[in-house]
Design a protein around this ligand. Structure first.
Ligand code: HEM
Length: 487
């Protein structure tokens, strides 16, 4: 009895100590953390972002939760995200190099780095992606070609049920592969399919409950067997594959004529070779291409799957999109971004797909690289910051009836496309998605090409309900479709 009493007193003391030190730091408010575990036990196991949304309802615009002993600040709602990511862009532009990222890319490459290394990788990547056609006509042709291959594959199914997941990922991945490696892969290639499966597995892990637990206790977990090791093994295989492609480039390249992103990066490595601490090295090349292969595949592919799923669920919306496409493009003309203004309803549908899908609900983790003052609070240097993009895409101040799929919210009274500032699926500020213009083009061309050629139907006996895979990304569980050719 006495020992129980002592344990109780001790726990209360630790809790008080913890609480008082937390208050002293002038952090934003939040739920009371437990010693050692913080608030980890409160996170929704299959989708942690749901817990952040609930806490946002309770604590408001900015709140603190604890992953183990470490505070994590969450930005909730469009106004807060805008004030932080745009209003204080320099302060909020840091990336949290969590233990998972550290082990994947060793603070190098574009996505999981900071400081000069990040600045140089970002500038080089943006310029080079543009040089190789991102946002331009030349890449539009590449996307159109890939969309045609996808159409041929769907046609072969002759309206019978099939799961389109792997093929959509392959089509999308081939676009970024053409820019980065100068070539596309055969979509039938089993190695390519395996790599895509690994990307999918890793993307789902990011932001999941297991991801948060690994980051909190990595000093123990990294030595223990378990599912968390799969992502590192996947990354090892992927990086070995990329190194092979880079080696082939070195053997066949002509420095005076860059064929693709990798060739340009190799030139940059040579240019910077005599600098004291070069940021362009063989390692950073591997990690940046690894980043692009990853970021450029599952995100867009997942959004296209959402778009098809919504067409299954809302046949009347599908019909309206097809009518608009038929009247503007007819059955044969390939879509081009130039047609966007003449396809306002279709454009509205794509925007609403991205809003409701909210595929990266927590964004990618940011960090305070120095003490930040924000809304009267202090976010200490080193604190992880979660930019809860979902809270903007579902912000009740900016969207009516947030859960409802309603493309009309993107149209004005004359049927013209109408923007909404809270639509930030690509993030905002210094770290805004590097591939935004490419992704927008891909979504537009793939979606229109598919609906020009097919009507999507739910296979007999299947349900049209939304079933989400567990994990940090809002990905749909695999589902079957019937792609019925339009005549
Ligand atoms: C529908 C498709 C896509 C969505 C919704 C999306 C969304 C995002 C989001 C939310 C971020 C994090 C922003 C932040 O840290 O605040 C991001 C970063 C990034 N995205 Fe995308 N993305 C998509 C497609 C692409 C594509 C096709 C590429 C390939 C070029 C790409 C490359 C990147 C890179 C390299 C970053 C890291 C930027 C940095 O840390 O500076 N993304 N994306």
């Amino acid at each position: 009895m006495l020992s129980l009493f002592l344990v109780g007193i001790l726990t209360a003391l630790v809790l008080l100590l913890f609480l008082s030190s937390w208050k002293r730091k002038n952090l934003p408010p939040g739920p009371v953390p437990w010693p050692l575990i913080g608030n980890l036990h409160q996170l929704d196991k299959s989708a942690p972002y749901k817990t952040f949304m609930e806490l946002g309802e309770k604590y408001g615009e900015v709140f603190t939760i604890f992953f183990g002993p470490l505070p994590v600040v969450v930005l909730y709602g469009y106004d807060t995200l805008k004030d932080a990511l745009i209003g204080q862009a320099e302060d909020f532009g840091g990336r949290a190099i969590l233990p998972v990222f550290e082990r994947l890319t060793h603070r190098q490459g574009l996505v999981f780095s900071n400081g000069l290394h990040w600045k140089e990788q970002r500038k080089f990547t943006l310029t080079t992606l543009r040089d190789f056609g991102m946002g331009k006509k030349s890449i539009e042709e590449r996307v159109t070609e890939e969309a045609k291959f996808l159409v041929e594959f769907f046609q072969k199914k002759q309206g019978k049920p099939f799961n389109p997941m792997g093929r959509i990922s392959a089509a999308v991945s081939n676009v970024i592969c053409s820019i980065v490696f100068g070539d596309r892969f055969n979509t039938e290639d089993p190695t390519f399919q395996t790599l895509l499966r690994m990307i999918n597995e890793n993307v789902l892990f990011m932001g999941s409950h297991g991801f948060q637990v690994y980051n909190t206790y990595s000093y123990i977990l990294r030595w223990l067997p378990g599912e968390h090791n799969n992502i590192f093994e996947n990354a090892r295989v992927l990086q070995a594959f990329l190194k092979g492609l880079i080696k082939d480039h070195i053997a066949s390249r002509d420095p005076s004529c860059s064929r693709d992103f990798v060739d340009s990066f190799l030139n940059k490595i040579n240019e910077d070779a005599n600098k004291p601490n070069p940021n362009f090295t063989m390692d950073s090349l591997t990690y940046t291409t690894f980043n692009l292969f990853f970021a450029g595949t599952e995100t867009t592919a997942s959004t296209i799957r959402w778009a098809i799923k919504f067409m299954l669920m809302y046949p009347e919306i599908q019909e309206k999109v097809q009518k608009e496409i038929d009247s503007v493009l007819g059955p044969g003309k390939c879509p081009s971004l130039e047609d966007r203004a003449r396809l306002p309803y279709t454009n509205a549908v794509i925007h609403e797909v991205q809003r409701v899908a909210s595929i990266i609900p927590t964004g990618l983790p940011h960090a305070a690289l120095h003490d930040i003052s924000f809304r009267g609070y202090t976010i200490p240097k080193g604190t992880q910051i979660i930019t809860l993009l979902h809270s903007s895409l579902y912000d009740k101040q900016f969207w009516e009836d947030t859960d409802h799929f309603n493309p009309n919210r993107f149209l004005d009274e004359n049927g013209k496309f109408k923007k909404n500032d809270a639509h930030i699926p690509f993030g905002a500020g210094k770290r805004v998605c590097v591939g935004e213009s490419l992704a927008r083009m891909e979504l537009f061309i793939f979606f229109i090409t598919l609906l020009q050629k097919f009507t999507f139907e739910i296979p007999a006996g299947d349900s049209s309900s939304l079933k989400l895979a567990d994990g940090g990304m809002r990905s749909l569980k695999p589902f079957n479709i019937c792609a019925v050719e339009r005549v």
